[in-house]
Design a protein around this ligand. Structure first.
Ligand code: DGT
Ligand code: CA
Ligand code: CA
Ligand code: ZN
Length: 571
């Protein structure tokens, strides 16, 4: 079937027409045609052969001619001519989610960008914000779009932070036709990247569920529509979403099965066999009698285990731990008293201390750690010693106004080329806590510099310890095992940077940190109050790393918080 090819082409024609400023009716004619063809069940070639193109709603003579031309020759001359009117890489850039042709045109006219690299570069510039309609959130969304576009091109996986809001919105949209509904698969396990989204539900009317699902307003296209299953691709991330409707008495078994991981399920099936049982997505069976399946708890209970939290289900020892009764008591959202890594407008954040405090109170936090950049990070508005003192004075004033929250005077201090910190010790000593981060020289002696920095009694936490960016950067050349071990020896905590593109440390490194008894600190690295929402990603990563609340700094009130500078450790 050539339906998708043709509708993609029409969408591209619409993009280009919009980019060159054609009239809106023309643009929308192509968009309507693209959508009609994409979503119709019949094969367009067949319709053409039967002379029925004009029966497709929204397809006039002009567009019918294009279809005919494409089916006969494999291309559309109008499209070729249009392409010659716009710079080469623009067709590619128009595929970036969250970046429409109008915005692209705006950026092109103002900055003369030609390539994707140009685009990335200008998005970092202050002037971009001054363009009409270009807020901070919009820029952040375009950056996300670029990430999605690039990762789809290379690995086909999307970061958790992007997939999570999509599934939330779909679940919200589907709720009223379902009895139970839950995401499963890697998303429920809070894995850092997601291949596709899986959703499971029960309902009185199965048909209604699928019908509504394939009408989801955020869909780009429908891949399949069956009796109990449906698949769509969503527009803003090009992710595939699968939904499955199951019978209520199999819901638990299905949830268990489709949450995975595959490795966890294989291990469970082996155990079932040893007990003479059979487990599948319908239930647990002895001979042919079903003995469990309605709830997940019931399924695990049959094997003598408590419910294993989804984040642990990777066959990394969780089944053995469950059988022996020593599963960790994982940290929960309610254990976290606040966010320990927030930038204010004293450095490169966009909100005032007061705005941040207010948002934190709204979120029910008991404390926040403000961590602005230090003086060497000039590009990020790093504070001089003078400015730091002024900022701290302002914190004192705001703190008086909001006694319900503890505002900690922290800093994200650069670890310099020689492993020293960016302020003298007496300045660091006046702060409540210090995060030390590598922001320059990603390839130069990073391990040695980190170890040296950890010897400083005022360096409490190492920020984003590996420096990786999920979308684009492998990370520093750092021997993370050595860093983790030394963190244990020096009572330095390691950060879980919860920004969606970092998630650093990740689950596997956290498991190592846990072995070495290293403390962990969760921070969103928010540069704007809405980014404080990323905290839940950090909690998910912490849970995947088997962390309990006693190992997490944010679970302590400041007075009891075991920071290195307080020398409260038993050596
Ligand atoms: P993803 O989508 O690559 O991020 O990872 P998952 O874990 O969501 O994998 P997916 O979507 O292929 O399948 C969803 C779940 O279904 C998976 O976690 C476990 C279950 N599953 C899929 N295929 C198999 C299989 O061959 N054997 C078993 N035991 N379970 C499977
Ligand atoms: Ca999946
Ligand atoms: Ca799937
Ligand atoms: Zn940083």
């Amino acid at each position: 079937m050539k339906n998708t090819e043709i509708s993609d082409l029409f969408d591209e024609i619409a993009d280009v027409l919009e980019f060159i400023g054609e009239n809106v009716f023309k643009v929308s004619a192509y968009r309507k045609a693209a959508r009609a063809i994409r979503e119709m069940p019949q094969d367009i070639e067949q319709l053409y052969k039967n002379n029925q193109l004009s029966e497709i709603p929204g397809i006039g003579k002009n567009i019918a001619q294009h279809i005919e031309e494409y089916l006969k020759t494999g291309s559309i001359s109008k499209y070729k001519n249009l392409l010659s009117e716009i710079p080469g890489s623009f067709i590619e850039m128009m595929k970036i989610p969250n970046l429409g042709p109008k915005t692209l045109k705006l950026l092109y006219d103002r900055f003369k960008i030609k390539t994707l690299d140009d685009l990335k570069r200008i998005l970092e510039k202050e002037e971009v914000m001054k363009l009409p309609g270009m807020g901070e959130k919009k820029i952040e969304n375009i950056k996300k779009g670029i990430e999605i576009y690039l990762s789809k091109k290379t690995s086909n996986r999307i970061s958790l932070g992007i997939a999570l809001p999509i599934v939330t919105s779909i679940v919200e949209y589907m709720k009223n036709v379902c009895i139970n509904i839950s995401p499963c698969g890697s998303l429920r396990r809070m894995k850092e990247t997601i291949g596709d989204i899986d959703i499971l539900c029960t309902a009185e009317d199965t048909k209604k569920v699928i019908e509504r699902f394939v009408e989801y307003p955020g869909r780009r296209s429908v891949i399949s529509e069956g009796e109990t299953k449906g698949s769509i691709i969503v527009k803003d991330s090009l992710l595939q979403v699968d939904i499955r409707v199951v019978a209520p008495d199999s819901y638990g078994a299905a949830l268990q099965y489709f949450t995975g991981s595959k490795e966890h399920n294989i291990k469970l099936r082996t155990i079932a066999k040893e007990k003479g049982l059979k487990i599948n997505e319908y239930g647990v069976f002895r001979e042919d009698r079903k003995i469990a399946g309605k709830t997940e708890e019931e399924v695990y209970e049959i094997f003598g285990m408590p419910l294993i939290p989804p984040e642990l289900r990777e066959d990394r020892g969780e089944i053995e731990a469950a059988l022996n009764g020593n599963l960790p008591v994982l940290v929960e959202e309610k254990d976290i008293l606040g966010d320990m890594h927030i930038h204010t407008n004293w450095s490169d954040g966009s909100n005032t201390i007061e705005e941040i405090a207010k948002r934190a109170i709204e979120k029910g936090y008991r404390l926040i750690g403000l961590a602005d950049h230090s003086r060497t990070s000039k590009f990020a508005g790093g504070l001089t010693v003078e400015e730091l003192k002024k900022r701290n004075k302002e914190i004192d004033e705001i703190a008086k106004k909001y006694p319900e929250i503890t505002i900690l005077k922290g800093m994200e201090v650069d670890i310099l080329g020689d492993g020293k910190l960016d302020y003298p010790d007496e300045v660091l000593a006046e702060l409540d806590f210090v995060i030390g981060s590598i922001h320059q020289g990603f390839k130069k002696n990073v391990t040695e510099r980190m170890l040296k920095a950890m010897e400083n009694p005022y360096l409490d936490i190492i920020g984003h310890p590996t420096g990786r960016l999920l979308s684009s950067r492998e990370g520093y050349s750092v021997d993370i095992d050595t860093v983790i071990e030394y963190a244990g020896k020096t009572f330095t905590a390691l950060e879980i940077n919860a920004y969606y593109d970092r998630l650093d440390l990740n689950d596997t490194n956290l498991l190592k940190a846990r072995e070495k008894n290293v403390m962990v600190c969760i921070g969103t690295d928010a540069h704007s109050v809405w980014m404080m929402d990323y905290l839940k990603l950090g909690i998910g990563v912490a849970r995947r790393g088997w962390l309990e609340k006693d190992k997490i700094l944010n679970c302590y009130h400041f007075k009891e918080m075991p920071l290195k500078r307080k020398k409260c450790y038993n050596v």
